[in-house]
Design a protein around this ligand. Structure first.
Ligand SMILES: [Zn+2]
Length: 135
């Protein structure tokens, strides 16, 4: 179900700060604000200058929340750069650069943009996909 604006709750200051850092680094004309919503997925709402994150991510680690902001902000960057909304090679390069501002590296699922792992740039695992692999 798509969220409505009335669902939106302003996210924590560190996430606003992270978004601002990415905007500054890439010379974005816009400085999006970050909100939690009840939507299942995050969005980069270019027309409203808003990043939304799904409220389930509140219960994830800060490294994952930082990743999620970097992901959505990378859509703003790609949009300004080449007018595209994609998860292509160009997008992933932007996302990698955005994550590096927070000392994060991503391992993605094969042929996907979804993260499997996040680690610090010196190789310390900081988040791993929580996937049931039951026996
Ligand atoms: Zn995306």
């Amino acid at each position: 179900m798509a969220h409505t604006e009335s669902d939106e709750v302003l996210a924590a200051a560190f996430l606003q700060h992270n978004a601002a850092k990415i905007a500054k680094h890439f010379g974005l004309r816009n400085r999006p604000k970050v909100y939690w919503t009840e939507d299942r997925r995050g969005h980069a709402v270019v027309g409203r200058n808003v990043v939304t994150l799904p409220s389930w991510a509140k219960y994830e680690l800060e490294a994952f929340q930082t990743y999620y902001v970097a992901h959505e902000m990378s859509h703003f960057v790609q949009w300004q750069k080449s007018g595209k909304a994609s998860h292509d090679r160009e997008f992933k390069a932007i996302e990698d650069e955005a994550l590096s501002l927070f000392d994060l590296e991503i391992v993605r699922r094969p042929r996907s943009h979804y993260p499997v792992m996040l680690s610090s740039t010196d190789g310390v695992l900081v988040w791993k996909e929580n996937k049931w692999v039951g026996s």
